[in-house]
Design a protein around this ligand. Structure first.
Ligand SMILES: *[C@@H]1O[C@H](CO)[C@@H](O)[C@H](O)[C@H]1NC(C)=O
Length: 131
């Protein structure tokens, strides 16, 4: 039983380490270049397990009216770097709803309202990021 619990705890810690949202003040790509934002494929009800799955790095002043196809309506959590802001659109070519995120961690885009009944989970189709 003890061994089982130890394994369980180890597994949870591993998950946590694997999927912790990066701090807005320390957001950089694999080579140490400053990022404007990072968008993640998944989120989780557990805050320290959000920001997992594939991610898309966004550099300062990137203007992408049409998100790559593989990412269309796929983003579920995101982090915006300190002193940067990320504007997103629900349809490509800057159409549909628009939302501006300032620096910080958005663990659950599902909790960010879009219009009266919608939310921003799996809804981003274009973006612009500036610092
Ligand atoms: C976001 O949307 C996708 C696709 O509809 C769904 O699989 C996923 O569970 C949603 N995420 C949350 C946190 O509800």
């Amino acid at each position: 039983m003890k061994a089982f619990i130890a394994v369980l705890i180890a597994a949870l810690c591993f998950e946590g380490l694997n999927a912790q949202c990066p701090e807005p003040s320390a957001l950089q790509d694999g080579e140490g270049n400053k990022l404007c934002a990072r968008m993640f494929e998944h989120s989780s009800y557990y805050y320290d397990m959000s920001c997992y799955g594939n991610f898309l790095d966004v550099y300062p002043d990137e203007d992408v009216p049409i998100i790559p196809r593989a990412w269309d309506n796929r983003v579920s959590s995101l982090v915006v770097a300190r002193s940067c802001s990320l504007t997103v659109w629900s349809r490509s070519k800057k159409q549909g709803s628009k939302k501006k995120f300032s620096a910080g961690i958005v663990y659950h885009l599902k909790e960010v309202k879009q219009g009266l009944f919608g939310n921003w989970n799996d809804s981003i189709s274009g973006y612009y990021c500036t610092c």
